[in-house]
Design a protein around this ligand. Structure first.
Ligand code: SAH
Ligand code: AVI
Length: 325
């Protein structure tokens, strides 16, 4: 198992660093330290998406879920599954009054590339609720989701935290189509999405969420180089790069980069030395922002129909529930 994974990783790194705009896949942020840094980001005053999504999950999304009464929840890119507790509780209604125990058997299949972090998440959920059947899947969410055939139906699929935004252009469509292929006719899919600037959301507020005053996002960004040095055998000098994040209004997305502060030579196993000039950057993440019509178009292209939609009062963030067409 290990060798093909490393080969795939090195191929992605070599390909990304050979592009005119050097890039690295954002999934490599999430080793255990990266997953912990992301958790710290979600608590920053500037990072509004997690707080806003939590509030929308409580109202109205929990009501949608209770109405659907899914038997299983498949969460793509689950991370710590902190907000997921709201969905699991909504799946358990009715709760039997005396014992407060959920009356229905529920299965939860969190999917994530961050294996150790995912297993820890699964363990703590089992301790919190021994009646929950937890089946963690350590895998890339763009791979075939055939494991869902084993799960009790109907299934609610969920992609929270605006993780859809980290799949830009065709990749977003491919991810949605991948989920669509795994869905049965009574299944539903819940997607959280960060919105584009508007009357209640300035570009400054959006950019601040990726340039926090404490520098946690900068550490998260640089941590990718540490993870690659350890797991892929590269020798990036972490002290020679600085964090940069900005909103591209034309593309409707945040871009995160690591900018070289001096000329660099980086060893990439199998590709020799990669030269990076002073001032040149490696793009480590795209975080696409949406509006209702762009999202509807993406869903329709994947044969998904939007059945519910909500945003907070300021128009920061949206949740969409979609069904197979
Ligand atoms: N859903 C959580 C975590 C979001 S962070 C929340 O809303 O707060 C994004 C998560 O997706 C991380 O846990 C990361 O490890 C995972 N992830 C990113 N790319 C992935 C991929 N291609 N396949 C599987 N998991 C991925
Ligand atoms: C997980 N993902 C949706 C986050 C985002 O906002 O794009 C990752 C992140 N990058 C920087 N801060 C948070």
């Amino acid at each position: 198992m290990k060798a093909p994974a490393l080969t795939g990783m090195l191929e992605e790194i070599r390909w990304g660093l050979s592009r005119p705009q050097k890039e690295l896949p954002s999934k490599y942020f999430y080793d255990t330290r990266g997953s912990e840094l992301f958790e710290a980001i979600t608590e920053l005053p500037e990072y509004y998406p997690t707080r806003t999504e939590t509030s929308l999950l409580k109202t109205p999304v929990a009501g949608w879920v209770t109405e659907m009464a899914p038997a299983s929840l498949v969460e793509l890119g689950a991370g710590s599954a902190r907000k997921t507790r709201i969905l699991l509780a909504a799946m358990g209604h009715g709760i039997s009054g005396r014992t407060r125990q959920p009356t229905r058997k529920r299965t939860y299949a969190p999917v994530d590339v961050a294996g150790d972090f995912l297993r820890a998440t699964a363990e703590s959920l089992k301790v919190e609720d021994p009646s929950l059947d937890v089946r963690p899947q350590v895998r890339d969410i763009t791979w075939d989701l055939d494991f869902v055939d084993e799960l009790p139906a109907p299934i609610l699929f969920a992609l929270l935290g605006s993780t859809i935004g980290n799949f830009a252009g065709e990749a977003a469509g491919e991810l949605l189509s991948n989920v669509r292929s795994a869905m049965g006719e009574n299944d539903l899919f819940l997607v959280g999405a960060d919105l584009r600037p508007g009357p209640g959301k300035s570009i400054e507020r959006l950019e601040a969420a990726y340039n926090d005053a404490q520098g946690v996002t900068a550490d998260f960004n640089l941590n990718m180089l540490r993870a690659l040095n350890r797991d892929a055998g590269t020798d990036f000098d972490l002290t020679a790069f600085r964090h940069r994040a900005f909103y591209d209004e034309g593309e409707g997305r945040i871009e995160m980069h690591l900018v070289a502060e001096a000329d660099q030579e980086v060893q990439v196993p199998g590709a020799g030395v990669v030269q990076i000039r002073e001032g040149e950057s490696i793009r480590t993440e795209l975080s696409c922002k949406y509006d209702r019509s762009v999202l509807t178009g993406l869903f329709e292209a994947a044969s998904l129909d939007m059945v519910k939609w909500c945003t907070d009062a300021d128009g920061l963030y949206a949740m969409a529930l979609v069904s197979p067409m």
